[in-house]
Design a protein. Structure first.
Length: 208
């Protein structure tokens, strides 16, 4: 199976209806990742065969957790996951990709230009220094433990905002350290097609 077939199969299994143009953009993004990865070390994943499952389909599990959102910040975005695949599928969602590594934000800027993503802004710097933007959803993939993620990003949530933290195995220990000021709304096991590894989504919000 080539990447195009893998993507189509994965989208079908996830019940996602994307246009041909969106599918082509996702494949173009994978090509950009592969090209820039040699120089910029964007992802530890070198095998193009697993990029569709580990990067694209894995990122797209976020979609059903941001259905009503209008603004999103992807903290510690790295090579642009989950922000860029989400932006391709949700052109109406305003997304900020934040990373403190300038090499990575250079790639992100280039990817946004080449893919024509008008709904994406790239921000370079430390998350605790970001004070000019508040969003509906703050997300991250393997950025920090839940307690640290909360304390570093709580100032980014607007009055109705929440966190959608993407995790691997069920984060028992991390959940035990979530502060009392935060409510864990749900922890759901995710099924990512073609990916033989545990994935979970942790949705949290400040106690209101």
């Amino acid at each position: 199976m080539d990447n195009k077939q893998k993507l189509q199969q994965g989208l079908q299994e996830m019940g996602l209806n994307l246009t041909t143009a969106q599918q082509l953009l996702l494949l173009e993004y994978v090509a950009l990742l592969k090209k820039w990865n040699k120089t910029y070390n964007l992802t530890a994943l070198r095998d193009e065969n697993t990029m569709i499952s580990h990067h694209i389909l894995d990122s797209l599990t976020l979609l059903r957790y941001v259905e009503k959102a209008e603004t999103l910040m992807d903290v510690g975005s790295g090579g642009g996951m989950p922000g860029i695949p989400t932006a391709i599928c949700r052109p109406d969602l305003q997304i900020t990709l934040l990373d403190s590594n300038t090499k990575k934000t250079t790639f992100l800027q280039q990817a946004v230009i080449e893919l024509g993503l008008n709904n994406v802004t790239v921000a370079s710097g430390r998350v605790e220094a970001m004070h000019d933007k508040k969003v509906d959803v703050v997300t991250s993939r393997a950025f920090a433990e839940l307690a640290d993620f909360i304390s570093l990003t709580k100032h980014l949530l607007n009055e109705k905002g929440y966190w959608a933290a993407m995790k691997g195995v069920y984060p028992y220990e991390e959940l035990a350290h979530v502060p009392e000021s935060v409510e864990v709304v749900k922890v759901e096991k995710l099924n990512v097609p073609l990916l033989k590894a545990d994935r979970h989504m942790v949705v949290m919000q400040p106690v209101r």
